[in-house]
Design a protein around this ligand. Sequence first.
Ligand code: S3P
Length: 432
Amino acid sequence: MRLRVQPATRWTGILSVPGDKSISHRALLFAALADGISELQGWLPAADCEATLRCVRALGVQVERPAQDHLVVHGSGLKGLQPAPEPLDCGGSGTTMRLLMGILAGFPFPSVLVGNPQLSRRPMERVARPLRQMGGEVITTEGHAPVRVRGGSLRGIRYELPIASAQAKSAVLLAGLYADRPTTVIEPAPSRDHTERLLGSMGVSIQRDGNSITIGPAERLFPLSLVIPGDPSSAAFLIAAALLIPGSAVQIPGILLNPTRLGWVEAWQAMGAPIQVIPEGEAGGEPVGRLHATAATHLQAIEIAGAMVPRMIDEFPIFAVIATQAEGVTQVRDAAELRVKESDRIAALAMELRRMGARIEEHPDGFTIYGPTPLRGAVVHSHGDHRLAMALAVAGLIAHGETIVEDTACIADSFPGFVEAMQALGAEIEPV
Ligand code: S3P
């Protein structure tokens, strides 16, 4: 699939975005382990989360689906998963594979986790290593999928994560549910904390002290009744377009406002972006509210490094598009993790944004953008990466002339309805 994008003349409206991807994965996985029936509304029906649903069902958990975004999960209890008859297919979803590795380390039967070629290039030792220290048998294929896991009696450990990865942290915490004593994970900088919040709301003993999180072994998880808020990482594309298109005004209600996910809002505000965050309440232990943005009159370049990086880790592709329109030199450092996402986001961004006229330099752990530069319409490629595809489509809205984004089926990995959302706000965008 390819998308044709024309320069935007209007960008206005009030629009919701689909449910948060990170919380959708976790809510389903944890509900599968709960005692009793969980109700999940606002579940994200995207390819990545569908992979989690497939795996959970393959492990013997009954899940009803009254609507596309509504799941009723008959929890099997903490010890109740059944061996899957075939390898568990995680598709392209890193969250599915890494969180399942942690859970399956608690079960004595053998499991095999496989993924598509894109996922099979991503590093899995970062999860396998601590699980082995806990006593699980975890075998990767030269550091990658397929991954074989056989668990059983685990020991609680104290583990210093070498990288700020919420997936690696979550896998160790989940294995900690099955350990003989408390497990402590120390992260180099805070990453998204949905696992901690959700498990806490299900009755698990879990505490944070600075950058260290301690989880106690659990007897049971209480079931969930959850309305999953909108995904801020999806909203970021629509907000970015608002900043860049003259005369725009966009409101997005019902968005997750967890501070570990809103680094991008703070960074863009510091650049001069008129974004308002309006808290509205809480859902499942998470703050929820409305985002409001209008066109920016002036955007100033910024430097991003250190603890800010994990707080906006998924927003660098769209951030790079904004940086092309900011005055001065934008620098991103300490972000080598971008090289092991759905694509090598540093190399792919540099290659594709250059085709549109951006001045961007690549570094081992980040990039430099010199702005502002006018963008020109071009034929660009997503590299099979949903967030790159959407960032390039937004770039097309502010480019001179027509832009074609190639290989855009991947957008369904996280934001089903992206094209319709763009059209509703005024974009001329269509599949060709
Ligand atoms: C996620 C964590 C992040 C993020 C990914 C979702 C999660 O990955 O990039 O999109 O749900 O835990 P890492 O843990 O690899 O940083």
